[in-house]
Design a protein around this ligand. Structure first.
Ligand SMILES: *Cc1c(COP(=O)(O)O)cnc(C)c1O
Length: 385
């Protein structure tokens, strides 16, 4: 089965471009709100870095989710899209002074702090601004995730967060500083995680850390477990949404949330991944010695995931119903890594056929570059076509 596209409208557009199915986005947001809403104290933030297209951000803000930002630019984009500042959390291992200042001026919900030097700079800037910054500490839980090595972040060997060993020292340091208020713990173990057992392992670790803190009479208001819920890149039609029920139920069952606490989530890919496709036109079909190539007008500057992470995206010829043939789908860039897929079956391809690269709503458009002086790909939502 193929995805359903407004193909006549696509034909009039210059390619490559991203197409965002807003009906699927809205369905996904409803499912998130419904499943998270079944549990007291659950608050979901959208990880802006997955897709910061202004129209997409607007729809997500309107659904009531908060935002999770990793730069000053993302904070600005989130506010411009309508996310209230008091639903914005700000993470990142290297925050610049102007970015911290922006968060202070707007009065964001929390800074997710990753080191003592950062804590001290936030305190200093908050003092100058005559304010108190709410801070959570990102703790590295040393929990592995079954995902690609480049996107696992919760192991002791990764650069992220504060080690569990230092947790109390950092909290004590915060207590000495007048312009920061310690509010909670933050975690994020990686991305594209499909095994609920990985999240369960994080819950167990959070429980241990909470017990340890309570023995020292330290109580926290918020627990933030980050994002990382994966999508089904193999079956974007059959599994157009992650199993949000299983995800939130895992946390409800295994994380011992205290009655006064809120539990925060930062979902990126799970919100926007499946609603996006990169639409590209076939320039040439080239016969090689042992294979044939579909050469398309999109390249890794438009969608870098296959080249960067060896990521799989399902690819469809949406212009043809002719019998299947086997192709390597490649872009025009003069680098061997500019390959979207090798030896895949597509309905027979002709010059001019439109090709859909599926599940490209997350870490697609936002990671595009102008390499080779190519224009950045545009993103269109359903209503704009
Ligand atoms: C990237 C990131 C997320 C979102 O990750 P997804 O895998 O897209 O859900 C959430 N929180 C933090 C701190 C991140 O760095």
């Amino acid at each position: 089965m193929k995805g359903i596209y407004p193909i006549e409208k696509f034909k009039q557009k210059a390619t490559p471009f991203y197409y965002y199915d807003t009906q699927l986005l809205r369905q996904t947001l409803r499912a998130i709100n419904e499943e998270a809403g079944k549990h007291e104290g659950f608050c979901v933030h959208y990880a802006v870095k997955a897709n910061a297209n202004a129209k997409i951000l607007g729809i997500i803000a309107h659904s009531g989710l908060g935002a999770d930002c990793v730069s000053g630019g993302e904070i600005k984009a989130a506010v411009a899209a309508g996310f209230p500042a008091d639903k914005i959390v700000y993470a990142g291992v290297g925050k610049s002074d102007w970015e911290i200042q922006l968060g202070l001026d707007l009065g964001i919900l929390a800074f997710n702090v990753e080191s003592i030097p950062e804590l001290e700079v936030i305190n200093e800037l908050a003092e100058k601004s005559n304010t108190v910054a709410r801070v959570a500490f990102r703790i590295n839980p040393n929990v592995g995730a079954h995902t690609h090595a480049h996107i696992t972040t919760g192991l002791a060997e990764n650069k992220f967060g504060i080690s569990m060993r230092d947790m109390e020292t950092v909290i004590e340091r915060a207590a000495e500083l007048k312009n920061v208020k310690f509010v909670g713990l933050h975690f994020h173990i990686g991305s594209q995680i499909l095994e609920m057992g990985d999240f369960q392992a994080l819950c167990n670790r959070v429980n241990e850390l909470q017990d340890q803190l309570e023995r020292h009479r330290i109580h926290v208001e918020t627990i933030n477990v980050g994002g990382g819920l994966g999508i089904d890149y193999q079956h974007p039609n059959r599994v157009s949404m992650p199993d949000f029920k299983a995800y939130f139920d895992t946390y409800a069952k295994f994380l011992k949330l205290r009655s006064w606490q809120t539990l925060h989530f930062e979902l990126g890919r799970a919100v926007v991944g499946q609603m996006g496709s990169l639409i590209t036109r076939t320039l040439y079909v080239k016969q090689g010695d042992f294979k044939q190539f579909a050469i398309v007008d999109a390249g890794f500057p438009d969608l870098i995931r296959p080249a960067l992470y060896q990521a799989y995206h399902k690819i469809e010829n949406i212009s043809s119903e002719e019998p299947l043939e086997t192709y390597d789908v490649v872009g025009p860039i003069c680098e061997s890594s500019d390959v979207f897929a090798k030896a895949i079956d597509l309905n027979k391809v002709h010059r001019g056929d439109l090709i859909a690269i599926r599940s490209a709503g997350a870490y697609g458009e936002i990671m595009a570059s102008q390499y080779n002086c190519r224009p950045l790909p545009k993103g269109f939502i359903t209503e704009e076509l």
